[in-house]
Design a protein around this ligand. Structure first.
Ligand code: ZN
Length: 147
């Protein structure tokens, strides 16, 4: 599995070992569960949204280091953004993972370290899991849904 070693950069391991945003939100505005059966990754993502702005982003779950590190990076980036900004960021990250655009380091910060995952199609879903959970949660919120 030699090539995979390249994925496990220090920055990814750091997020995996010390996940940002891990935990629960007592009174979440919206929460979702998503999983990636290909790898066994699972995430429970909760958001607190006030005045169309994400004020808290928290996740629990388990899975491979890519999925957990990516969720950590996402939850570090998104607090303070508006719902639209968060959705734009998810879309940018998705396009980067599918090699459809170049990563914007200013926006992605640590998540740029996941760019190399695009070379490993089986792992792209791992990297996207937390972000797709975020998109799902934001759309659920927008649609007026509640858990
Ligand atoms: Zn995975």
């Amino acid at each position: 599995m030699g090539g995979l070693d390249d994925l496990y950069k220090e920055i990814i391991l750091d997020h995996y070992r010390s996940p940002r945003g891990e935990g629960e939100i007592a009174e979440a505005t919206v929460s979702v569960d998503q999983n990636n059966p290909m790898c066994g990754d699972e995430i429970h993502l909760a958001l607190k949204i006030e005045d169309d702005r994400l004020v808290e982003v928290a996740h629990t779950g388990h899975g491979c280091s890519i999925s957990r590190a990516s969720a950590s990076m996402m939850s570090e980036l998104t607090p303070g953004t508006t719902v639209d900004e968060a959705l734009d960021l998810v879309e940018h990250f998705r396009l980067v993972m599918h090699s459809e655009t170049d990563p914007d380091g200013e926006r992605l910060k640590d998540a740029v370290a996941l760019e190399g995952v695009q070379k490993f199609p089986a792992r792209i879903k791992c990297a996207l899991l937390g972000w797709m959970a975020l998109k799902d949660a934001l759309q659920t919120h927008r649609d007026g849904g509640q858990q």
